[in-house]
Design a protein around this ligand. Structure first.
Ligand code: NAP
Length: 313
């Protein structure tokens, strides 16, 4: 089987690549790396281990050449909060995979919306994923092509984002965010998400007809849901100064002159604020055992991941 990976110069895709290379060592499967920027340096250092092709999600012709001859595609979602562009790029990749005869498409969605059976979310960042999921299901239903939608857990490592772009390592003492009702996020370690994604792809390559997650939507989460306040409490143990969550109204969170407005601008700050409503509605506190099942071990605790992060800071 020829396995095409996209996004391997990114944070999640690079971990998939590292794990899949180890898993493929004694197999006859081979890798095609479809990259946006083929000149990337250290991320793609091992250039003899795979074929590198240029594939830009905004240029369908480049995707046709990048996906040619591939059997399995890992479509790592396009990193943008511009929803329309994001969906368009995902559709470009799915359509090119269909044209090129790919037999199974894996898509990295996101862990909002609650259980995998749910397909609605209050979070703006989830809308492009839900549209892409719907497109995959409806388009591939008319074909023999299989899909697996992986709702990748919210990275433990992305806590500064969810705590309002805070930087306590630089001395900040408060994470200022809208109310999230004390509901949790089932944080997952990025490397374990990469490992599980790699394991799924290799399982599908080894035994396509017996693959348990064909035409399924799965949710990968960490072992425990922690509220933003609990998360800040764990972080504070690694600091020499107090660090707490302070909740403000959405209006205050996005106000001109404030941190979010400066970082994201008015429209995108407003979009990001919807994340907290989604958390408050319990969309992110579902703990699912699929990650543990795929890894064959308990996923790493948030405490452990943060301990490692702060030890190397
Ligand atoms: N699960 C979570 O908690 C979480 C958190 C944050 C984001 N995400 C989302 O999950 C996805 C993967 O996340 P990540 O952290 O790995 O993102 P990332 O580090 O930003 O990597 C994104 C990848 O997409 C590639 N890319 C950019 N523009 C492209 C284009 N026009 N055509 C083809 N490839 C293109 C990048 O290539 P270059 O390196 O060449 O630019 C890179 O390899 C993104 O959609 C991201 O928004 C998930």
């Amino acid at each position: 089987m020829k396995i095409i990976l996209t996004g391997t110069t990114g944070k999640l895709g690079s971990r998939v690549l590292a794990h899949i290379q180890a898993l493929l060592r004694d197999t006859t499967h081979s890798l095609i790396i479809s990259v946006y920027n083929p000149d990337k340096g250290p991320e793609l250092a091992d250039r003899t281990a795979y074929e590198i092709r240029r594939g830009n999600f905004s240029q369908p012709a480049s995707l046709d050449s990048a996906f040619k001859g591939g059997d399995i595609l890992l479509l790592i979602s396009y990193p943008s909060i511009a929803n329309e562009l994001r969906v368009k790029n995902h559709k470009n990749a799915i359509d090119a995979a269909i044209r090129q005869g790919v037999k199974h498409i894996f898509y990295t969605s996101l862990a909002f919306a609650g259980p995998p059976s749910s397909s609605s979310s209050s979070a703006a960042v989830m809308q492009a994923h839900l549209s892409t999921e719907a497109y995959l299901r409806s388009t591939l239903a008319k074909t023999e092509i299989k899909y697996t939608i992986i709702r990748e857990g919210l990275y433990t490592e992305s806590w500064p984002l969810y705590l309002g772009f805070v930087d306590p390592k630089a001395g900040e003492r408060e994470a200022i965010v809208p109310e999230s009702g004390g509901r949790g996020i089932a944080w997952a370690k990025r490397d374990e998400l990469g490992e599980a994604t790699a394991r799924l792809i290799v399982d599908a390559a080894n035994a396509p007809s017996g693959f348990a997650y064909a035409d399924k939507t799965i949710l990968l989460t960490g072992p425990r849901a922690l509220s933003l306040e609990d998360t800040a409490r764990i972080i504070s143990k690694h600091l020499t100064h107090p660090f707490v969550v302070r909740t403000v109204s959405v209006e205050e969170f996005v106000r001109p002159g404030g941190k979010m407005h400066e970082k994201l601008g008015e429209e995108w700050a407003g979009m990001w604020a919807t994340t907290y409503g989604a958390i408050a509605e319990g969309e992110t506190d579902v703990v699912d055992e699929t990650l543990e099942k795929i890894l064959g071990r308990k996923p790493e605790s948030v405490e452990r991941t943060l301990e490692t992060e702060f030890a190397s800071a």
